[in-house]
Ligand binder design. Structure first.
Ligand SMILES: NC(=O)c1ccc[n+]([C@@H]2O[C@H](COP(=O)([O-])OP(=O)(O)OC[C@H]3O[C@@H](n4cnc5c(N)ncnc54)[C@H](OP(=O)(O)O)[C@@H]3O)[C@@H](O)[C@H]2O)c1
Length: 285
């Protein structure tokens, strides 16, 4: 199993990243993370464990999550890749809405650059298509930011296969971030398409957590996950992450956690080599 992936064909990243969304006030990932020092320590521990790919977004906080990353990890070590997203805004825990207007995307990007203390964002993702804005206009705005050197690669999130195809007519697409995990595989055709095209697929909710809930069903799952976990002296959650890593070489899970113990457990999933027998047991949900 390959443990690294060339994002956009030129940026090497380790295949198990970290999703920072949960390092926000709750409910609704709205507001400054109350244990700010603990968040900084956790992000630095992730780097020590070998994580070099961190996912965040404008609405996480909004803004505070990027500030936390900027404070914890900058000046960035060589090879550390921070990806963020624009195109969704949040004005209250339960008031989240798309805003894909070209001028808004430019504003989100400028805000992210400042908060992350970056001159250029290595991977900038459209968080979700805005039904009120023609998709080509939102993608075109990201293409212009790329031409200007504010971002290096363009990614998409929460998109259909048809939208990926459409976007690629405008600008090269380096990544797709949709919900996908051991228990939710309806995205299989998108994963396969991205794999064929060398596009990174960043499955969000890799442990099947719902965005605003602190439960991760796959971490205490029974059935095949539990059986394979027992064979490896691992946890079901680790096997769920290992399954993603074995699923195809372009899959880069970004599990999120607020716990250093869970972070260490999740990262150890990289070392699990699933046998053909394991993979057969895990082939059906
Ligand atoms: N593009 C999008 O629209 C979108 C939407 C949602 C998320 N995301 C991205 O995807 C990342 C991951 O998604 P997610 O955080 O929603 O879901 P997830 O990674 O499936 O699960 C996170 C949840 O699982 C728990 N957890 C993690 N490791 C655990 C372990 N070893 N044992 C027990 N519980 C564990 C965490 O609680 P503890 O804190 O207690 O560990 C947290 O509640 C986010 O951080 C964000 O970057 C993107």
């Amino acid at each position: 199993m390959n443990t690294s992936f060339l994002l956009g064909g030129d940026l090497p990243i380790r295949r198990l990243g970290y999703g920072a969304m949960r390092l926000c006030a709750q409910p609704g990932n709205f507001g400054k993370y109350p244990d700010w020092a603990g968040g900084i320590a956790l992000l630095r521990r992730a780097v020590e464990l070998g994580v070099n790919f961190f996912d965040t977004a404008h609405p996480y906080g909004p803004g505070y999550n990027e500030e936390l990353i900027g404070e914890a990890l900058s000046p960035y070590a060589e090879g550390l890749v921070i990806t963020t997203k624009g195109g969704v805004d949040k004005t209250a825990p339960d008031r989240v809405f798309p805003d894909g207007k070209p001028e808004s995307l430019r504003r989100f990007c400028e805000l992210s650059l400042g908060r992350l203390r970056l001159e250029r964002i290595e991977l900038y993702q459209l968080h979700r298509p805005d039904p009120a804005v023609p998709f080509q206009e939102s993608v075109g705005a990201l293409a212009r930011l790329r031409e200007e050197g504010k971002i290096r690669h363009v990614g998409l999130s929460n998109v259909t296969l048809a939208q990926i195809v459409e976007a690629r007519r405008i600008v090269p697409i380096a990544s797709v971030q949709n919900r996908y995990n051991f228990a939710e595989r309806s995205e299989d055709p998108v994963v396969d398409f991205c794999s064929q095209q060398g596009i990174a697929y960043l499955p969000w909710g890799p442990l099947a957590a719902k965005p605003f809930e602190a439960q991760a069903p796959l971490t205490h799952s029974g059935g095949a996950l539990q059986q394979v976990a027992a064979r490896h002296g691992a946890t079901p959650g680790q096997v769920a992450l290992a399954w993603l890593l074995h699923r195809s070489p372009n899959l880069i899970p970004i599990p999120g956690t607020t716990s250093v113990v869970h972070l260490e457990e999740n990262m150890a999933a990289c070392a699990i080599a699933l046998s053909a027998e394991d993979q057969e047991s895990l082939s059906a949900v």
